[in-house]
Design a protein around this ligand. Structure first.
Ligand code: AMP
Ligand code: MG
Length: 512
């Protein structure tokens, strides 16, 4: 690992010229002993622009993930001290670390943008965690970079805490996701509709490789770069595929499988990502970029929360199809690595992509069986009919997905009243209950599968509003509740309840 800033000439240039500016601005103060690797920057210098974070006038730690810090081999106590906080906003870079802004492209709402990249983020470097896994430490809201385009490079406290809360909730639910290590208020105001306090999120991921990273590499026309990127992805995420007869095809198949499983998990828990652009689709199969995401309350496949998703492209029910579409874009980038014969390359890609639907369906069906506590070995037709009939009932009655699923657990134990209370067509529901109960549903399996506590939109908003006003107690409380989503605890009734009826349709905003 080297502390040199640039041992190459980056192939990407921005309007904020050069990398020299960064060298003068940053205070390279000694930070807590952290040893960063710079593997991405070394192996893919064309996609890594050495850069530094903006100074933070008055950094204040708002929340720190002690357990995650420990998992990363970092000392939470040291991270709380001034040097540690400066590391978490990127203004004290440890010796040898080489922060970079990563280049990527992407389809945004279906339109290709050849150059997106980290416009307000930096990869500080890679850490080896206590289990020997390589993890990215990444900052969001750390200032302008050569990829900022019209943006200010900044982030506000509210949206960064939102990503912290929702990503940690997803992790507690057992869903693959980037993690959140800390949010630090910078003391710098950010101009949105109003002036808001600024913040930096310290994010951890098994990597930040995206479908958009491959689209960027492919668009350069440099097949060697594309191959190095694929090799890097194989080594980091799917090392077993290196020994396959066709490693790049095996990489693609592995990503198809990981995304099929991920999106099935989202659907089962009612998660709406909100902005499934190809630059927000990871190679690792982790959920990334919590912008306008939200959890379903009223069950309806057409649900859209994001204010900018006018056409409903990323509606709840569209997510599997969109994932498949994004994977098709991924396949296109890999064609030159599949075969020199383009026709053959396309045929291989199509065949591999065709596995997405059966894999998604298998993951989703298995998840639905667990949600309904169905016994092993139950006939497919019986299970499918039960699941379909239930979804029709849920949609008609717009039931709250989370509390209703949990109420079915109570019904499996003999108390169907909580579930019956929210369904309109009782005659049909009673008939459904009879069919289902005759199968002897496993209530304990249901309780291990159906969460009680999810980051409900109104609870998240309430905690973020208080935090933005300086009161962090509701946020801490919410984080504690969400850390144990499956175990119902006394005194937490309001965290399990659906949104009060008077809140109106929920809207999320991307201008974060
Ligand atoms: P996102 O919608 O957060 O996935 O971001 C899409 C693209 O816009 C990425 O290239 C981001 O880096 C960039 N971006 C988002 N917000 C800002 C901002 N405030 N300043 C600069 N770039 C931004
Ligand atoms: Mg993004």
């Amino acid at each position: 690992m080297s502390g040199r800033l640039a041992h190459h000439r980056p192939a990407v240039h921005g309007n904020t010229s050069g990398t020299g500016r960064a060298v003068h601005r940053v205070s390279v103060a000694p930070a807590p002993t952290v040893s960063f690797d710079d593997r991405f920057a070394r192996e893919l210098p064309e996609m890594a622009v050495p850069w530094q974070a903006d100074e933070a006038p008055d950094p204040r730690l708002l929340v720190l993930n002690d357990a995650l810090a420990t998992e990363l081999g970092l000392d939470p106590g040291a991270l709380r001290r001034p040097d540690g906080v400066r590391l978490l906003v990127g203004t004290a870079v440890p010796d040898g670390a080489k922060p970079v802004a990563q280049a990527y492209a992407g389809h945004q709402f279906g339109g290709f943008v050849p150059r997106l990249g980290d416009g307000r983020a930096l990869l500080l470097g890679e850490l080896t965690d206590v289990e020997g896994r390589l993890r990215d430490l990444h900052l969001k809201g750390s200032g302008r970079t050569p990829f900022s385009r019209g943006g200010d490079g900044l982030a506000a406290v509210g949206p960064m805490l939102r990503e912290y809360v929702v990503s940690e909730a997803m992790h507690a639910l057992g869903i693959p996701t980037t993690r959140s290590l800390a949010v630090v208020a910078t003391g710098r105001p950010v101009r949105r509709e109003t002036l808001l306090p600024g913040a930096v999120l310290a994010r951890v991921a098994s990597s930040h490789l995206r479908v958009g990273s491959f689209q960027y590499a492919r668009a350069t026309g440099d097949v060697d770069l594309l191959r190095r990127l694929a090799d890097h992805a194989i080594a980091r995420h799917h090392p077993a595929t290196a020994d396959a007869e066709q490693p790049y095809l095996a990489l693609f198949e592995a990503v198809v499988a990981a995304q099929a499983s991920l999106v099935a998990r989202w659907m089962l828990v009612g998660f709406v990502h909100g902005v499934m652009n190809t630059d927000n689709t990871t190679i690792s199969g982790e959920t990334i970029d919590y912008g306008p995401c939200a959890f379903l309350d009223a069950y309806d496949p057409a649900t859209v929360y994001s204010s900018i998703d006018i056409g409903g492209r990323y509606a709840y029910g569209n997510q599997p199809i969109v994932a498949e579409w994004n994977l098709a874009r991924f396949a296109e980038t890999l064609l030159p690595l599949f075969s020199d014969d383009q026709e053959q390359a396309v045929a291989l890609a199509v065949e591999a992509l065709e596995r997405f639907r059966p894999q998604y369906n298998a993951a989703w069906s298995a998840g639905m069986r667990a949600k309904l506590g169905l016994p092993d070995g139950l006939d497919d037709e019986v299970a499918t009919a039960l699941v379909e009939d239930l979804h029709a009932l849920m949609q008609e009655s717009h039931v709250d997905l989370t509390s209703f699923s949990r109420a079915l657990g109570a019904a499996a134990r003999g108390d169907a009243e909580p579930a019956r209370l929210v369904v309109m067509d009782l005659a049909r529901f009673d008939a459904w209950l009879e069919r289902w109960r005759a199968l002897g549903p496993d209530a304990e399996l249901m309780d291990r599968t159906n969460p009680v506590y999810i980051p409900r939109n109104h609870l998240v908003e309430e905690a973020l509003t208080a935090a933005t006003d300086g009161d962090l107690a509701p946020l801490q409380r919410l984080l504690e509740v969400l850390a144990g989503p499956y175990e119902e605890r006394p005194g937490l009734e309001r965290y399990a309840a659906p949104a009060p009826g008077d809140t109106g349709p929920y809207r999320t905003f991307c201008g974060t």
